[in-house]
Write a protein that binds this ligand. Structure first.
Ligand SMILES: Cc1cc2nc3c(=O)[nH]c(=O)nc-3n(C[C@H](O)[C@H](O)[C@H](O)COP(=O)(O)OP(=O)(O)OC[C@H]3O[C@@H](n4cnc5c(N)ncnc54)[C@H](O)[C@@H]3O)c2cc1C
Length: 469
């Protein structure tokens, strides 16, 4: 039925009306080109899910209107950091769920082994593909990859922000100074953009067989760990966890989220990072929750304002992971304190192996290594101590990003690069009282942690012995 209604030879005006503006406004064209006669391809990268995915909805809308088959392609590269953190296994297990769902929805799904700029241009050409769609990430590797692919292909190429509720380029056209400058922009647009997702129904055209002889593909799903630490991979698991959090823990969020011995955070960041859960779906669930307003607002502030602020930072600041990305006041104060004597200096190896003099820090690092996630409050303390115990802010930032990306299941994320830049370089923060090494960067120490929560209980629970230093 749908294929008859949307056949462009007979109903061109009707198609225009059928275009869903809520999907279209989340897209932008990366390059022009001539549409081919073959299938529409969605190159899935960051948003690894089929439901609640604006990029797939965009590709599917185009496929319906143009009467084309629809394919999802994922390009798998081997990366040491992804392997150690468990991110690669987590992704692969989630992708195997996607493969099954895609089959039931008449959508082709393939995993190719190789970088996207090696896989996609010849594949799109060999199969005379109609157009290419991808999801948006502000991170350097994805932006550069899109540029290279855009230069190598001859068909139109679209990017869709399937990760943010308000697409980054619509929310703001510049690097924001802090949460207080972004918040009014979020408030202005949120009601309009926090809409429910259209349902993903089976595509009327069956996928065709696409081939690329020179490029190996993953014929059968690799046998991988589905469970990394306490996190079981997959969209269905993500939804189960989300519901559990909304029903049981959200009510305590406002009061207890900063206590690492409690259980008031959602622990949903691995699912948000891998795209197995859409932030917009989570925001809708929180909005509809039957619990106290303070907790709902506190959670939405983190999920929307803080998270989209991190996206904004990485999108508009090319040096998001280096000293040059710090605000001017922070660079100045850190430069003035370069020569300050450090009471403790540790190598990357000593930090990685939890070999410092401070039991709490050692336990945080061990917790990160063992469970692949660190509580949000401890992440700040953990990164700030790296500034205090290394020779320069540049070294501190490099070590913090390396360790975070190597061990966190939610690592290699705009939230991570912005979190370390906040802790070490005052990004989105203000100047505080001046002190050695830190200059005017906000200071944190173990004593402060003891005032906030029962440090010994945390150490005993995660590392067994609170005396270890
Ligand atoms: C040094 C440092 C490193 C960090 N590294 C990462 C990282 O690698 N990956 C990552 O996703 N987050 C990172 N964060 C941000 C934050 O600590 C985590 O998002 C949070 O701990 C994730 O746990 P949760 O889902 O249980 O959080 P919840 O409190 O349940 O929050 C729900 C969601 O809101 C968002 N959110 C919460 N706090 C922040 C924040 N401060 N900034 C931006 N978004 C936020 C996240 O998407 C989070 O999943 C880092 C923060 C710091 C200070």
């Amino acid at each position: 039925m749908i294929s008859v209604i949307l056949d462009e030879r007979f109903f061109p005006e009707r198609q225009m009306i059928q275009k869903n503006q809520d999907i279209l406004r989340r897209s932008r064209r990366l390059c022009q080109g001539k549409r081919g006669n073959g299938p529409i391809v969605y190159w899935m990268e960051r948003d690894q899910r089929l439901i609640d995915n604006w990029a797939l909805l965009f590709a599917r809308q185009e496929a319906l209107i143009r009467h084309k088959p629809l394919h999802v392609i994922y390009c798998l590269t081997d990366d040491e950091l992804d392997a150690t953190s468990g991110r690669q296994d987590f992704s692969l297990a989630g992708l195997s769920e996607i493969r099954q769902q895609a089959c039931g929805l008449n959508i082709g799904f393939e995993i190719f082994l190789g970088a996207a700029d090696a896989v996609l241009p010849p594949l799109l050409k060999a199969n005379d593909c109609h157009l290419l769609v991808t999801d948006h990430s502000p991170l350097r590797h994805k932006q550069q990859m899109c540029e290279r692919i855009g230069e190598a292909i001859a068909i139109p190429f679209f990017e869709v922000d399937a990760h943010n509720i308000i697409p980054s380029w619509i929310l703001s056209d510049k690097k924001e100074y802090a949460a207080y400058t972004l918040r009014p922009k979020v408030r202005r647009l949120l009601d309009d953009f926090l809409s429910d997702f259209p349902q993903l129904i089976s595509h009327p055209l069956a996928p065709v067989s696409i081939a690329l002889p020179a490029q190996p593909r993953l014929e059968k799903d690799r046998h991988t760990r589905r469970k990394i630490g306490q996190f079981t991979s997959g969209t269905s698991e993500a939804h189960k966890r989300m519901q559990g959090f909304v029903n049981d823990d959200l009510q305590r969020y406002e009061q207890e989220r900063n206590d690492p011995t409690g259980d008031a955070q959602s622990d949903l960041s691995p699912y948000l990072h891998s795209g197995q859960l859409a932030p917009q779906r989570l925001a809708l669930a929180i909005d509809a929750a039957n619990t106290n307003q303070q907790s709902k607002e506190a959670f939405l502030e983190e999920l929307i304002v803080r998270r989209e602020l991190a996206e904004n930072f990485c999108f508009y600041e090319p040096s998001y992971d280096s000293f040059e990305g710090f605000p001017g006041w922070a660079q100045k104060t850190l430069n003035e304190h370069r020569q300050d004597k450090r009471r403790h200096l540790y190598t990357l190896e000593e930090l990685e192996k939890s070999e410092t003099h401070e039991a709490l820090w050692n336990c945080c690092q061990q917790d990160l290594r063992d469970s692949h996630k660190l509580h949000g409050f401890l992440r700040m303390y953990w990164a700030k101590k790296i500034l205090e115990w290394t020779a320069s802010p540049e070294e501190a930032l490099d070590y913090a990003n390396f360790l975070n990306d190597k061990y966190s299941l939610d690592g290699c994320d705009p939230n991570g690069y912005t979190g370390t830049a906040w802790s070490i370089g005052g990004v989105h923060d203000r100047a505080w009282q001046e002190r050695e090494v830190f200059g005017k960067i906000r200071y944190m120490n173990e004593r402060g942690c003891r005032r906030k929560f029962k440090v010994d209980n945390y150490i005993t629970a995660h590392c067994g012995d609170s005396d270890r230093g």
